[in-house]
Design a protein around this ligand. Structure first.
Ligand code: 4NP
Length: 151
């Protein structure tokens, strides 16, 4: 079983989308996917309505996810930890206990060579089109990562 964790700040906008999309591209027999936020503001909450809506538009149901905060034991549980932006990356790495922990943490968009800006934009203060952009970028990037994991 390969375990993948998607991480953003609140775990209500970006990482729930990356979580749902990645899960849809991998066999549940071989992969476990989860998401978390570096902050605790929204712990226990469902994803943002706009993330749920854009996922639904593309045939994915992410409405049953619940936000949780990233915890140090996630370094033990997961094989790959994908940070949505540089700030999330720094916050995760600041909790690392040893170099093996840090090695597991990647900037999600590093996998997508077509994209120059490696920070997934935070759509929280944006509108529907910002959520659509996050969906598209996450979908393409998850496809690249999933393809790499299958080999
Ligand atoms: P996320 O977006 O990190 O993609 O879930 C945000 C959600 C909530 C807040 C910021 C970003 N907030 O400040 O409450």
């Amino acid at each position: 079983m390969t375990r993948i964790l998607m991480v953003c700040l609140g775990n209500i906008c970006r990482s729930p989308l990356a979580h749902g999309i990645m899960e849809s591209k991998l066999s549940e027999n071989h992969f476990y996917v989860d998401s978390a936020g570096t902050a605790a503001y929204h712990v226990g909450n469902a994803p943002d309505k706009r993330s749920i809506a854009v996922a639904k538009k593309h045939g994915l149901d992410i409405s049953t996810q619940n936000a949780r905060q990233f915890k140090v034991s996630d370094f033990d549980t997961f094989d790959y930890i994908y940070a949505m932006d540089q700030s999330n990356y720094k916050n995760i790495v600041s909790l690392a206990r040893h170099p093996n922990d840090i090695e597991k943490v990647k900037l999600f968009l590093e996998a997508n060579t077509a994209i120059q800006n490696k920070n997934m934009p935070d759509p929280y203060y944006g509108d529907e089109s910002d959520f659509e952009y996050v969906y598209k970028l996450a979908n393409k990037t998850c496809a690249i990562i999933a393809e790499g994991l299958k080999h």
